[in-house]
Design a binder for this molecule. Structure first.
Ligand code: DP6
Length: 331
């Protein structure tokens, strides 16, 4: 598996020259999928079963700084992280793919998240995207977005989308070597588009996305329907984006997220990321919508809810959902 990833990285970097600087740093936004990525067709190259489409969260995300050093060290939000902690293990395993480019260096990595880590707010997405951009900065690689996106994909699938602002599509690709599975911006900015984060729990989720999706693919009967549904949903969402048809976009994104959760619940052991508070808020979204407020929801592999609405309804949504953190992704 490592050899396949190493070779993939080598192929991507083949046309570039690494000229090591003292320090590399970068920011990458977090993103929320409107059509979800759920399931891998190739674990080593992190190739998805279906294409996905997301919106990046503007200035919410991860800032990462990386320096070559004599020994590895990882800091998260200013605090040193034990090297056997899951976060450090995953970060260092990713860096292993790049060490030979930098004279087999060790690294000091400082990561600052302005979103809760692993609370279903896609911090691994912005994390690996920022890490790839920081490495590219450190090495002076002049790589384009597609190439950087494919490198970030090896760290985390959703990270392939966090290289870009606004609406982003990750094309699943068809090549077995993974060379056509990258993300790219799609559609123009939609300045009225708003996302509301209802943070219901910041606890670490018991089963991460990676294990969760593998379990779903292996054991859920309902998963059989997922690839076709995701493909259809993505087309509908793309069409709605180009037509600025918010209702169709919201409906499709909400149904896509709840369908993904249905596939998870049908896995064994069942995967139930939704908490009692989550269910309560799902019902509330349905109630306020029945009362005429145009608001939709999406949920990732965690208990938190993200609301989708337009600027005109910002006040109304904020008063219906106290504690909501509203994000203007194009602000
Ligand atoms: C539910 O990108 O975290 O957020 O590729 O295994 O690292 P790995 O998975 P990850 O999964 C994200 C799943 C999701 C849906 C999405 O963001 O598309």
């Amino acid at each position: 598996m490592d050899d396949i990833q190493h070779q993939f990285v080598k192929n991507i970097l083949a046309g570039t020259q690494t000229s090591m600087r003292e320090c590399g740093s970068a920011f990458a936004p977090s993103n929320i999928a409107l059509c979800k990525y759920w399931g891998k067709r190739d674990a080593a190259l992190n190739l998805p079963v279906n294409s996905s489409l997301s919106i990046s969260l503007g200035d919410l995300g991860t800032r990462t700084e990386i320096r070559p050093s004599d020994a590895d060290a990882v800091y998260l939000n200013g605090e040193p992280v034990a090297l056997d902690d899951a976060f450090a293990v995953r970060t260092l395993a990713f860096l292993d793919l790049f060490r030979s480019e930098f004279g087999n260096a060790s690294f000091v990595v400082r990561t600052e998240n302005n979103i809760p880590t692993a609370a279903g707010l896609a911090s691994s997405a912005s994390g690996f995207a920022a890490l790839v951009l920081a490495l590219a900065d450190l090495g002076g690689w002049g790589l384009g977005g597609r190439m950087l996106s494919m490198l970030a994909r090896l760290g985390s699938g959703s990270a392939s989308r966090s290289l870009f602002e606004g609406f982003v599509q990750w094309y699943m690709g068809t090549c077995p070597d993974g060379s056509d599975s990258f993300a790219e911006p799609v559609s123009k900015p939609w300045p009225e588009f708003r996302i509301g984060i209802l943070e219901l729990s910041s606890a670490r989720k018991p089963v991460g996305s990676r294990d969760g999706m593998n379990r779903t693919v292996e054991t859920s009967e309902l998963y059989k329907n997922w690839p076709a549904q995701a493909t259809a949903d993505l087309e509908t969402i793309r069409g709605a984006l180009f037509a600025r048809d918010f209702q169709t976009l919201g409906k499709t994104a909400e149904r896509n997220a709840l369908s993904m959760h249905a596939t998870m619940m049908a896995a064994w052991p069942p995967l139930i990321y939704l908490q009692p508070e989550t269910i309560e808020q799902i019902h509330k979204v349905q109630r306020v919508r029945a009362d005429g407020l145009e608001v939709y929801l999406t949920i990732d592999a965690g208990p938190n809810i993200k609301l989708l609405f337009l600027e005109d309804n910002e006040q109304a949504v904020a008063s219906a959902f106290p504690g909501l953190q509203t994000i203007n992704p194009f602000g």
